[in-house]
Design a protein around this ligand. Structure first.
Ligand code: IPE
Ligand code: IPE
Ligand code: MG
Length: 255
């Protein structure tokens, strides 16, 4: 499939799912799937940058993923540290701004020690914003924003009527780069699993059966080509389907 250079989605989110199954299909431990998955992250970030996407948000670890066995969580944190260490130059040399959303306070020191300096060092970069969703939950993000507005009301800084959908959205770090235009989920499941809930309102969804370790430039291009064939209506009246005039009789129904 060919991707048009114009009409690119501004903000793409990806639910990177299927690492465990990828490994199990090969009779290997789940951790091996996560290791291959981090190679897919490298390929995908590079492909997104080459396409000229402005914002890419990757769901790397959910708030609910802490409930997984301790050794799997430890391995994921170690891989995250490794990714941030090995990709540092690639990120800085290519003008990528690295950002992170979620309950970052829960991340172990070994991750924060590489994540925080890279966020600082890359904060003025403007080619593409790469956001890692870490210990992230969409409901948690909404609750945090609501709590902040409640505090402002209690302190008399704003009135209850100021609690608008815009005021809530403005407090959500996941939407700092704008609403997601396209959200891709790999791994075959057709669900959102607590990703970007508030911003998803009018996102286009693309579900791919490919397991995350097998994802790369080609699959990203397919998802974007599919996005480019859609008509986004945002609740308005669209262009609709053009009636075929040649030889076709148009039946009108009186109402
Ligand atoms: C996605 O792959 C990675 C994370 C959630 C961290 P999974 O680990 O969920 O893989 P499956 O869905 O069990 O195959
Ligand atoms: C969603 O995948 C979270 C990430 C990709 C980080 P999960 O594997 O955790 O989601 P469920 O359990 O299938 O809903
Ligand atoms: Mg999964």
């Amino acid at each position: 499939m060919l991707v048009e250079a114009k009409n690119l989605p501004h903000h793409v989110g990806i639910i990177m799912d299927g690492n465990g199954r990828w490994a199990q299909l090969r009779g290997s431990a789940r951790v091996l799937g996560h290791r291959e998955g981090s190679k897919a992250v490298r390929r995908t970030v590079r492909a997104a940058r080459r396409l000229g996407l402005r914002a890419l948000t990757l769901y790397a670890f959910s708030e609910q993923n802490w409930a997984r066995p301790g050794d799997e969580v430890d391995a994921l944190m170690e891989l995250l540290r490794e990714f941030l260490t090995t990709e540092r130059d690639e990120i800085l040399d290519n003008g990528i701004r690295l950002s992170a959303i979620g309950n970052l306070g829960r991340l172990p020191h070994l991750v924060r020690a590489v994540l925080d300096p890279l966020r600082r060092e890359s904060e003025d970069n403007d080619q593409m914003t790469l956001t890692l969703a870490l210990s992230y939950g969409g409901r948690e993000e909404i609750a945090t924003a609501a709590r902040e507005l409640a505090r402002q009301v209690a302190a008399g800084k704003i009135r209850p009527d100021d609690v608008t959908e815009k005021a809530l959205g403005d407090l959500m770090p996941s939407l700092a780069v704008g609403d997601p235009d396209l959200v891709i989920r790999t791994g075959g499941e057709r669900r959102i699993s607590n990703f970007l809930l508030y911003g998803l309102a009018y996102a286009e969804l693309h579900f791919a059966d490919v397991l995350w370790p097998d994802f790369g430039a080609e699959q990203l291009h397919d998802a974007i080509a599919s996005y480019q064939q859609r008509e986004r209506r945002f609740g308005h009246v669209g262009k609709g389907v053009q009636p075929k005039t040649e030889g076709a009789s148009v039946t009108r129904i009186a109402i």
